[in-house]
Design a protein around this ligand. Structure first.
Ligand code: SF4
Length: 215
């Protein structure tokens, strides 16, 4: 039977909102997340240094798609302002094998299934909230940009003024919006490792993909 869509109400009680957010936490786990947590939006850390890392050293995806700077053009005060309008976030974590984020990672052909899965989990949680009467639910993926995950072999359609190929799956990443996902993960108790070109898979227990949906 097709589930009825709830009527929209601008007055959702605190209790109802908390119950719904917990439901999205459970949904993220059912969709395959290793863990997910309800966080209050004052736990979201926005830091100019995160955005600085898009520029220095210049990320190869800078300017290649709609969800990375400079096309994604919120300054970080805009991120802070937007975040402050929400009460809660569903913070989502997926552990991936170390091999996914080491070795030949910079090669666009290196597979990143965990990153793709995180985009999909975020999009599904965002969609569930939308149809529950939270039309302003807002998702942020983690890890590499949508260009790397969905369009590595083709040009971004969005920057040509056309509709994004993956409009219902692609979102800006937490870091393109200036959110310090590493610190946030550490604060909620998730083990996260700095992974760079020198990292050997045997040196870390896992890689992490992180995502966030504001409710
Ligand atoms: S077309 Fe591809 S690269 Fe461009 S915004 Fe959409 S998913 Fe990202």
């Amino acid at each position: 039977m097709v589930e009825e869509i709830r009527e929209f109400s601008e007055n959702v009680s605190d209790e109802k909102l908390e119950t719904d957010v917990e439901k999205y936490v459970d949904l993220a786990k059912e969709l395959g997340a290793t863990d997910a947590k309800r966080i209050s939006t004052d736990m979201i850390i926005v830091d100019e240094r995160v955005r600085a890392r898009c520029y220095s050293p210049r990320c190869p995806y800078y300017g290649t798609n709609l969800n990375c700077p400079p096309q994604f053009d919120w300054d970080l005060d805009k991120t802070r302002e937007i975040v402050s309008k929400y009460r809660y976030g569903v913070f989502i974590m997926l552990q991936v094998p170390p091999e996914e984020q080491t070795g030949d990672y910079d090669n666009p052909k290196h597979p990143v299934p965990g990153a793709r899965k995180m985009y999909e989990i975020v999009a599904k949680v965002q969609s569930a909230a939308f149809y529950d009467g939270y039309p302003l639910a807002l998702g942020f993926a983690g890890g590499p940009s949508c260009k790397r995950v969905f369009c590595s072999a083709v040009e971004c359609k969005g920057i040509k003024g056309e509709r994004c190929r993956m409009a219902l799956k692609s979102n800006p990443t937490m870091h393109s919006a200036g959110m310090d996902a590493y610190s946030m993960a550490s604060k909620v108790g998730w083990k996260i490792y700095p992974i760079g070109k020198k990292t050997e898979p045997s040196q870390i227990k896992h890689g992490l993909e992180l995502g966030l949906v504001l409710i």
